[in-house]
Design a protein around this ligand. Structure first.
Ligand code: Q0Z
Length: 285
């Protein structure tokens, strides 16, 4: 393949494909508790890539309604060694904000709410618990952290300062519209899309463009709708077997993580494939 590496994340890489294009490559690596595990999940990279590609199609009407676009060029015209797990995309000038939408209270959102009764600039009713659906989805932007750091929450004024007031308002409205449509589609497939993160950029004509991967279990929290029960920690649709096994193993979450047993690998692979098949209504492969 031999393309220049542009960026590397925990579980994926970006290469310069020339002609103003990038190649986004998803690996089979999986992370848990902020560590990359030594055991890959077969087909994870292909499932997440196929899911992103499918979502770009589903979200095109929402993007159109905003006069926006997405960055996907092709998932088929890619080097053979990454076939199925790579997307050829237009190279954008990325905006320096992670655009997160939350429809449910979880994780850092629960911590913020418990401390302040609000999430960012949005006051919330009393009595919400981990897993509660929010009255309305909330835009909770963050800064892009360096590799190994955590994204840092920012308020809306910081988004305005970073990209201008008009662009900030557009990012908030488009993020929430994309989340609402994604959550509606997911819910029909028995999956709660608790929250998700989008990244946007500007193309050569200055057009607002949805980039990165979209609405995958790596960029979102997916919960099985069947077991949704506010007040408890919600099981992750995809990673719960991994987390449960790591916890039961006695691993301290600091040392290098242990190898996963074959049954946990297979159950986790099956969750990724099932998520894809439930959402798209098509067979994987
Ligand atoms: C996205 C990232 C990943 C590590 C660069 N269309 C685009 N134009 C310019 N830059 C990007 C994109 Cl998608 C871009 N990232 C995030 C992705 C590994 C970091 F696969 N980095």
């Amino acid at each position: 393949m031999n393309l220049p590496l542009v960026a590397r994340g925990k579980v994926r890489e970006v290469y310069d494909a020339g002609s103003g294009r990038l190649l986004l490559v998803a690996s089979d690596r999986i992370s848990a508790y902020d560590h990359v595990l030594p055991t890959p999940i077969p087909d994870k990279g292909r499932v997440l890539t196929a899911l992103s590609v499918w979502w770009f199609g589903q979200l095109t009407p929402v993007l159109d309604s905003f006069g926006a676009a997405h960055h996907l060029v092709s998932a088929s015209d890619v080097p053979a060694e990454v076939a199925g797990r790579a997307m050829l995309v237009r190279r954008l000038s990325m905006l320096p904000v992670e655009c997160v939408a939350r429809g449910y209270l979880s994780g850092s959102g629960t911590v913020e709410y418990a401390r302040t009764g609000a999430i960012r600039d949005v006051a919330l009713p009393a009595g919400l618990v981990e897993g509660s659906q929010l009255p309305e989805p909330v835009f909770t932007p963050s800064t892009k952290a360096e590799l190994g750091e955590h994204d840092e929450a920012i308020d809306f004024a910081a988004v305005e300062a970073a990209v201008g007031a008009d662009r900030a308002a557009e990012l908030r409205e488009l993020t929430l519209a994309l989340y609402r449509r994604g959550a509606e589609i997911a819910r029909e497939a028995g999956i709660i899309l608790a929250d998700t993160k989008f990244e946007f950029g500007l193309d050569g004509d200055g057009r607002l463009t949805l980039g990165d991967e979209v609405l995958t279990p790596d960029s979102s929290r997916f919960w099985p709708a069947l077991t949704w029960s506010p007040g408890d920690a919600q099981p992750s649709y995809d990673k719960q077997y991994v987390r449960d096994w790591l916890t039961a193993s006695g691993w301290d979450r600091v040392s290098p993580p242990p190898e996963l047993p074959a049954d946990v690998v297979e159950a986790t692979r099956e969750r990724y494939v099932t998520a894809y098949e439930q959402l798209t209504g098509t067979t994987f492969r």
